[in-house]
Design a protein. Structure first.
Lengths: 278, 314
């Protein structure tokens, strides 16, 4: 297993911190949005866009690029933050989130935002869309890979499992799914609202290669993805154990900040904790 | 019956195979009904470009979206009842909203499904599809027009819904006729009343026109094969020139083709009008003819409606 040097990992961690910081800024300025699930997936996005994926912000429609689908579309702020950080559009534009005329819609819109591969927001669609891209890649004998980020709440959706079955049936080893397993959904803990466990066993039973990691550990995210690339004949799912609201103390593990913007005081504290200026 | 009865599905299958030969970007998805929808013909000719998704229509629509986002033209088929209502969110979010190049060609629409009963007789699909922004809605009138419509939409970018039936339908168009999405063909000219039909009801409108002529009424008949975008010019001109309108559709009168025509006329040229269609009720099992009779889709129903609007005409 490749060991990445501390400096490299630290750089990606800084990017993850920027994603968190900008997500909070955007949601505060918009007055609405979903901070909890944006913060929990920041490390996964940093690793994908700044190490794992083959992509070119100057050519968002480059045919051979890897594709990323944000199935949990409500984490749009985190996606926009990483796209801006990568150079798809100016960082300044982030403050237009959810405003009239903005390219940054409340949920991702592929026809408005450069770098967004699929319009999402209604839960449970992303994996199937990713499968379509993966089938197209195989048909065209292209080597690009498809990365799909799912929320654990999306495990409630029947279509997620239809897509899981299809990916396995068609042997889509070019698909890697990440589950942001932050264990909270809007109404409460996932195990209280709709039990998901044993989640890994379910995916195994559907024919997937399953890896479980700490979703806030960049090194583990990269290692899991490398392992997935080596798996032939079946798709891989990486169950990323995360903390909802990760990085802002009062948001961590809090249901309250699933879909609510921080107030002035909370905002000031979040900035302080994430090391940013307003 | 003065017309030959032919299958729309067979022509769909034939058109798809030709498209498959002509273009490498065509992919076809079905949900375990390929032998009924006739996408099986494409599957036999191009197995590597055919994807059976099993009985999972929601998954099929989103998978098609992924294909379309990767530059493919995706044809998606199943029965109309499963290809619209069951996966409405997927069509809305992942096909219509992002304006992807996906053609939903749904068979077994309407009450003429027959014996399967109300669970399978979708009478609200035109309503569901026409209210979606970016969606084109086509109801081919017969077997040759099904072929032409499929070939045409393959060349037209964007989402499209095509509604075809299970039963064989009268062939009323010429094999060499043209199909233009923006043009509703006038099948018979007339000056007293306009009968606007779609799908199998156009042939009934033609029969009704013959019947009306016996009473000295000169009826114009329009084949409104494309409900959206609607050829408003032809509709408004007909209303202006004939002074009254009857619509006829194998669909609920709630928000189907007739309602769409009514909206156009109310805003442009208000004339007495009547909608022939299935009342606001579910269907039931039965033979096609029995069902058409019971649910008000006969030539007599159209003739009666024509007399009614003629009476109200100034």
């Amino acid at each position: 297993m490749e060991v990445y040097d501390g400096e490299f990992i630290a750089e990606l961690e800084t990017i993850a911190r920027h994603i968190r910081l900008n997500s909070i800024k955007m949601i505060y300025k918009a007055g609405s949005g979903h901070p909890g699930g944006s913060l929990s997936c920041a490390d996964i996005l940093a690793a994908l866009y700044f190490h794992i994926m083959k992509h070119d912000p100057k050519r968002p429609d480059w045919l051979d690029r890897d594709r990323f689908v944000l199935s949990k579309g409500h984490a749009a702020p985190a996606l926009y933050a990483v796209l801006a950080e990568a150079g798809y559009f100016p960082i300044d534009e982030l403050s237009s989130l959810r405003k009239m005329g903005s390219r940054l819609q409340g949920h991702p819109c592929m026809n408005k935002t450069p770098g967004v591969e699929m319009s999402t927001g209604s839960l449970g669609h992303g994996l199937a869309a990713g499968n379509g891209m993966a089938l197209a890649a195989k048909l065209d004998r292209k080597l690009y890979r498809i990365y799909v980020l799912l929320g654990d709440g999306e495990m409630d959706v029947g279509e997620t499992w239809e897509a899981a079955m299809l990916a396995s049936h068609y042997k889509l080893d070019n698909v890697t799914a990440y589950i942001d397993r932050n264990k909270l959904q809007l109404d409460g803990p996932t195990e209280k609202i709709m039990s998901l466990e044993p989640l890994a066993d379910k995916w195994k039973a559907f024919g997937w290669h399953v890896i479980e990691i700490n979703g806030h550990n960049i090194q583990e995210i990269i290692h899991a993805t490398n392992e997935a690339k080596g798996v032939k004949g079946r798709p891989t799912v990486v169950i990323c154990h995360t903390i909802k609201g990760k990085g802002v103390s009062y948001m961590e593990g809090s249901l309250h900040f699933h879909g609510k913007a921080p107030n002035d005081q909370e905002y000031a504290q979040a900035l302080k904790e994430l090391g940013g200026a307003p | 019956m003065r017309w030959k009865m032919e299958s729309q599905r067979k022509q769909y299958g034939k058109a798809l195979v030709e498209l498959g030969k002509e273009r490498g970007d065509i992919v076809v998805l079905d949900a375990d009904l390929s032998s009924s929808t006739r996408t099986a013909d494409f599957a036999a000719a191009f197995p590597e470009r055919f994807f059976n998704c099993g009985i999972a229509e929601q998954n099929m629509m989103d998978t098609a979206a992924g294909f379309a986002a990767s530059g493919k033209t995706a044809f998606v088929s199943t029965f109309a009842v499963f290809g619209t209502g069951r996966c409405y969110d997927q069509i809305r979010q992942s096909i219509a909203y992002p304006k992807l190049n996906i053609k939903i060609v749904a068979s077994h629409a309407g009450i003429t499904v027959g014996g399967d009963g109300a669970s399978h007789q979708i009478i609200e699909d035109i309503a569901l599809m026409r209210v979606l922004p970016n969606m084109t809605v086509i109801v081919p009138v017969d077997s040759p027009e099904t072929y032409r419509a499929v070939k045409t939409i393959a060349k037209t970018l964007g989402p499209c819904y095509v509604r075809i039936g299970r039963a064989d339908v009268p062939t009323i168009t010429d094999e060499n006729a043209k199909f233009d999405i923006n043009q509703a063909p006038v099948m018979r000219d007339g000056k007293d009343v306009t009968l606007i039909g779609c799908g199998i009801m156009v042939s009934k409108c033609l029969e009704a026109a013959d019947e009306l002529s016996k009473h000295g009424v000169d009826a114009r008949v329009i084949n409104l094969h494309t409900i959206k975008p609607m050829d408003e010019k032809t509709i408004v001109r007909a209303a202006r020139e004939t002074g009254c309108v009857v619509t006829a559709e194998e669909h609920s009168v709630m928000m189907g083709m007739g309602s769409a025509v009514a909206m156009v006329l109310v805003e442009n040229f208000h004339v007495p009008m009547k909608r022939v269609g299935i009342p606001d009720v579910f269907g039931e099992s039965g033979a096609c003819d029995e069902l058409m009779e019971k649910y008000g889709l006969t030539v007599d129903n159209i003739v009666e409606a024509a007399h009614d609007v003629l009476k109200r005409k100034k």
